[in-house]
Design a protein around this ligand. Structure first.
Ligand SMILES: Nc1ncnc2c1ncn2[C@@H]1O[C@H](COP(=O)(O)OP(=O)(O)OP(=O)(O)O)[C@@H](O)[C@H]1O
Ligand SMILES: [Mg+2]
Length: 244
């Protein structure tokens, strides 16, 4: 497997705070990488650096061999970097379908230029995540679990080659979590690489090929789920404070 994403010595400072400190890792084509760590560890900041919401204080982000460190988010989206947001912000007055169609219009390669095509793409993404029957409902009528799926459908409608998922299972019950895991596995079966931030250890263990752990912005472990989750440093920094 060749690396689709290379993060090289990336640092993000906010005033005096080092939110992400000198983090390096690679993500291979078709790989599912889990990203875990305590609240405030820098996980969302790392996704923001990869998707282009922010530009790092230092270091580089390479996507498919190309340096994208200074490209704006919309250009990275067109290259195939899709993401979900931890804080969901659907366009409330629009239908579920049109929320996703907007993703299709701005996605990989520029997206379908006509609204009709974008809606067709959106319908496929909604079916893919199991929201097909809610397509014509207003987005703000969806409950929490529906909004999580809507985030996934929006990102998938952009036809990403890399999907960045920020806590798409938060607040879901175990049946809903299993359903989202199945969706992410299907995504990977299409050859898409996935980076998943998640606090539910059981879910992340079963889903990830590899796990990366952040603590106070620094990478403290990177390896197979079994090796990482039994690493004493990880147990002390994170798992000791949680129930798996
Ligand atoms: N735009 C910003 N300006 C200032 N500080 C920020 C900004 N974004 C994040 N931070 C700080 O950077 C640190 C890392 O935050 P981040 O949101 O990346 O953590 P996280 O690992 O995603 O946490 P959580 O599990 O709670 O979502 C925190 O201390 C946070 O307060
Ligand atoms: Mg976060």
């Amino acid at each position: 497997m060749s690396a689709l994403l290379q993060v090289r010595a990336v640092t993000q400072r906010f005033a005096g705070l080092v939110a992400v400190g000198n983090v390096s890792f690679t993500l291979a084509q078709g790989e599912i990488l889990g990203l875990i760590g305590p609240n405030g560890a820098g996980k969302t900041t790392l996704i923001n650096l990869i998707s282009g919401t922010i530009t790092p204080s230092a270091g580089q982000v390479l996507f498919d061999g190309r340096d994208v460190t200074r490209l704006p988010a919309y250009r990275r989206a067109r290259l195939g970097i899709g993401r979900t947001f931890q804080i969901m912000q659907p366009f409330p007055g629009l239908s579920v379908l049109d929320n996703v169609a907007i993703g299709a219009l701005f996605g990989h390669g520029g997206g379908p230029s006509q609204l009709a095509k974008a809606r067709e793409q959106a319908r496929q993404s909604l079916e893919f995540v199991g929201l097909g029957q809610f397509a014509d409902q207003r987005a703000d009528e969806l409950g929490g679990p529906g909004r999580k799926r809507l985030e996934l459908a929006k990102a998938l409608a952009m036809k990403p080659r890399l999907l960045l998922c920020d806590e798409v299972m938060a607040g879901l019950n175990h049946v809903e979590i299993e359903e989202v895991i199945a969706v992410i596995r299907k995504v990977r079966e299409q050859g898409i690489s996935v980076l998943v931030i998640e606090h539910v250890i059981k879910a992340i263990r079963s889903l990830s090929d590899r796990l990366l752990v952040l603590h106070h912005g620094e990478k403290i472990a990177d390896g197979t789920p079994d090796a990482v989750l039994s690493d004493p440093t990880v147990v002390q920094a994170y798992l000791g404070k949680k129930r798996a």
